[in-house]
Structures are given as C-alpha cells and as structure tokens.
Design a protein around this ligand. Sequence first.
Ligand SMILES: Cc1cc2nc3c(=O)[nH]c(=O)nc-3n(C[C@H](O)[C@H](O)[C@H](O)COP(=O)(O)O)c2cc1C
Length: 178
Amino acid sequence: MFVISTIVIYKSKYGSTKQYAEWIAEELNCKVLDAKNIGISDILHYNTIIYGGGLYAETIAGVTLLTKNRDKLKDKKLIVFTTGITPIDCRDYYDKLVIKKNFGSISLSDFKIYNFPGKMVTSELSFVHRTAIKTLKKIMSDKDNPTEMEKLLIELCDADGDFTDKRLIKELVQYARS
Ligand SMILES: Cc1cc2nc3c(=O)[nH]c(=O)nc-3n(C[C@H](O)[C@H](O)[C@H](O)COP(=O)(O)O)c2cc1C
C-alpha cells in the first residue's frame, strides 16, 4: 500500500520558525524535527517534506539541506517556509532577492514557498546579532541617497517584537494536504 507521509523540519535560533513548524505539524498530524539532528538520509522516505528556516541576511537558515540534494528529492512534494521581519507584502524582497540568493538557478516549480512574519526581540538577541543589526543600521543611515529598500532596512533594524501568527499557516497546510 502507498502511504502518504509528511515531515516538517526547521532551523531556528530564536524560536519563531520552530513555533510555525510545530503549528504546521500539529495541523497535519505529522512529525516535526530540528534540522540540526538530521541528515538527508533521514527524510528520504517521506513523500512531503516541509522545511522552515529563519531569514538571516536573506539566507534561509539551513535550506541547503534541500537545495543541495535536489537529485535525491525528485518526485517529492517540497515546501519551504521562511520567517523574517521584512513585511510579507514586500514581494520584491521575497520573490526576487530571497529566491535568487537561496535557489539560484534551481527550478522553482520544484518548490512551493511561503513567507511568514517572525520575531526579533532585541533583548533576546545574541551579542553578535545585536552588533550586526546596529552596524547594518549605521551603514544604511550613513548613505546619502538611500533606496526605498535601504530605507525599509533602516526601519526594520528597529523592529522589536514577536509577529508570529498561527492563522497564516492555513494556505500551506491546505497545499500540503492536497
Ligand atoms: C543578524 C540578523 C539578520 C537578519 N536578517 C534578516 C533578513 O535578511 N530578512 C528578514 O526578513 N529578517 C531578518 N532577520 C530577522 C529574522 O529572520 C527573524 O527574527 C526570524 O524570525 C528569526 O527566526 P528564528 O526565530 O527561527 O531564529 C534577521 C535577524 C538577525 C538577528
């Protein structure tokens, strides 16, 4: 008998991607695993693979687990979700910058991608991350004629809060079930 099986994998430093992964797995009644504990061979027997990663300088944390193993993942339903502080209606950012950086020349017809708002709570950030955000803000603020994207980045450096929202997983869950 052919059994449909689904797994949710996540890589999360501050917990927002983990939170979405747990919400999705709960809805789909499937297993959820931290990417740090697995390798590609651990997920090959699943039909639907859902991968979530926080965005760090446009990179989807850990997504190379899928992008570097495309040949092994043929015929699977592959779903990727990101969490970040860039508003999810900034489609140019997600559909161009993030896609280009993480998927390069890989055919996007192989993946279904969703973007969710994450969290950035200043008091929780590591020293390195807090310094990186401060430095980025300074570099952008010192520009004479910042672009609209750079102006947004300056604003986002001051983001402080948890913007996760369980209602947003609905479409992903429906697609995973379909
Ligand atoms: C150093 C640093 C870089 C970040 N870069 C981005 C980014 O490029 N785009 C974005 O939307 N959010 C960015 N963020 C915000 C994180 O993606 C957001 O906090 C995310 O929810 C973190 O996921 P996690 O809680 O699962 O670790 C950055 C945060 C830090 C601390």
